[in-house]
Design a binder for this molecule. Structure first.
Ligand code: G6P
Ligand code: MG
Length: 220
């Protein structure tokens, strides 16, 4: 029986990809690396350091670990300038309603995001109180597709993995959910997320009951 819902943040609850893009773009410009929006697609769900390594690959550059660390800090400072301006109405359509409805029905809700800015973003969106627990980038040592974040999320909820489902927009996150022993709802397209048990373009007009029904059909 499903009792817990674990939500990715970036791309599921809020579209922060555009702000990540603007921040990476400025950093790439300083390094004279061409960086486009289509390159940015490759960074969705990817950790901060790994994202920077992909950008270095695009530019054909190499750096010491120390230099990479410095650039990642610089990128995050640029990113935070956008996040400080984030407005609560930037929450993706249907998300607030989905979360409050699920909570009313007794489901436990966790955040499962690799971002180290997750708590700040939830505050900005004014939805911190809709989460029972928060598993974010500050408590993990392995990024998705490693299942660590989801395993920690379930543990914080005090639920076994098989009682939880994950909501994810990145293929690496779907992979991580499965590795944790959880079903995954993909937010996106079947083309991008072929492994998800359920695929939805977003949460607008969807209730937890719809998800549970679809899952029952899927696992029969
Ligand atoms: C999510 C986003 C990535 C981001 C990562 C780390 O997975 O989809 O684009 O790089 O979190 O986020 P942070 O806010 O800690 O840099
Ligand atoms: Mg995501």
């Amino acid at each position: 029986e499903i009792k817990g819902l674990i939500f990715d943040l970036d791309g599921v609850i809020v579209d922060t990809a555009k702000y990540h893009f603007l921040a990476w773009k400025k950093l790439a410009q300083n390094l004279r690396i061409p960086f486009t929006e289509s390159d940015n697609e490759r960074l969705k769900g990817v950790s901060r350091l790994r994202s920077f390594e992909i950008i270095l690959e695009i530019g054909g550059l190499t750096m010491s670990e120390e230099e990479k660390e410095k650039c990642c800090t610089e990128k995050n400072n640029l990113y935070l300038e956008y996040i400080y301006q984030l407005k609560s109405d930037e929450i993706l359509p249907g998300v607030r309603k989905f979360l409050s409805d699920a909570r009313e029905k007794g489901y436990k809700i966790a955040l499962g995001s690799g971002s180290r800015n997750a708590k700040l973003i939830l505050e900005k969106l004014e939805i911190t109180d809709l989460f029972d627990v928060i598993a974010d980038g500050t408590i993990i040592s392995q990024a998705k597709p490693d299942p660590e974040i989801f395993i920690k999320g379930a543990k914080l909820l005090e639920l076994p993995a098989e009682s939880c489902i994950v909501f994810e927009d990145a293929a690496a996150g779907i992979e991580g959910a499965h590795a944790a022993g959880m079903y995954a709802v993909g937010i996106g397209t079947a083309e991008n997320l072929p492994k998800a048990e359920i695929i939805l373009p977003g949460l607008k007009g969807i209730t937890i009951k719809d998800i549970i029904n679809k899952l029952q059909i899927h696992i029969k």
